[in-house]
Write a protein that binds this ligand. Structure first.
Ligand code: DC
Length: 230
């Protein structure tokens, strides 16, 4: 039996990356962070000074760009044309640009194709905004992670402070709300919960609890499928 595909979607700072990484580790599956792929493209857009209205330049750039994810001892590395940009893609500048870059249909088409190839074969935990709805709608296990916006802002704020960034909680919350709004309102592949995705509200859950819940779902699926009861 092919190992399942686990799709994890949800808004910014809902805990997707931490959860997906740990679930993948516990199950021995691959972890694919699709947000990091859009971020890598946005980094190149920033570097080349491409503006939102310069669609032709962006199309041309896309044609000569290679985005790869590689798992190693230090976690997941993001490679842009062979260069390790794992840390660079987290900069505020890239975070601002990614919102419009990822809303362009031809960008999404290219990334979705690549992501489908990465998911083929199973044994993968893929996280993003449209994994259960568009990228792999037939994923065997679908989860929608969510949390109260205040709690998400607090988590993101703590993370940024640990990295030495001097930001206010209010600004972080405002930025998150803005990104949620853009991700949910865009015309192509907006953020929404697939009807068959299981909602996991992490507001009052520890990381360990949310990981455990998803791991149990996957194991239950595998067991049921093994017995032929699915
Ligand atoms: O999860 P993240 O914050 O690293 O994602 C970066 C951006 O990419 C975010 O603004 C939403 C977008 N994204 C998307 O549109 N589709 C995905 N599958 C993953 C991310």
């Amino acid at each position: 039996m092919r190992r399942p595909i686990v799709a994890i979607d949800g808004p910014a700072a809902s805990g997707k990356s931490t959860t997906a990484r740990l679930v993948a580790e516990r199950l021995g599956y691959r972890w694919v962070d699709t947000g990091a792929m859009y971020r890598a493209l946005a980094l190149k857009v920033v570097r080349e000074g491409i503006k939102p209205w310069e669609e032709g330049r962006l199309r041309e750039m896309l044609g000569r760009t290679e985005v790869r994810l590689e798992e190693g001892d230090g976690g997941l590395r993001v490679l842009l044309d062979g260069e390790d940009v794992t840390e660079l893609v987290r900069s505020p500048e890239v975070t601002r640009a990614v919102s419009w870059v990822c809303a362009l249909p031809f960008v999404r088409e290219a990334m979705v194709q690549l992501q489908r190839r990465m998911a083929a074969g199973g044994g993968v935990v893929m996280e993003g905004r449209d994994i259960g709805t568009i990228v792999v709608p037939d994923a065997e296990v679908k989860v929608f992670l969510d949390a109260d916006v205040r709690e998400r802002a607090r988590r993101r704020w703590r993370e940024l402070r640990e990295k030495g960034m001097d930001v206010s909680l209010e600004d972080v919350e405002r930025e998150l709300e803005e990104r949620d709004r853009k991700d949910s309102a865009r015309e192509h592949s907006p953020l929404r919960r697939a009807p068959d995705a299981i909602l996991v509200d992490t507001t009052n859950l520890s990381v360990e609890e949310q990981v455990e819940r998803i791991v149990r779902m996957v194991k239950a699926y595998v067991q049921a499928a093994g017995k032929g009861s699915l």
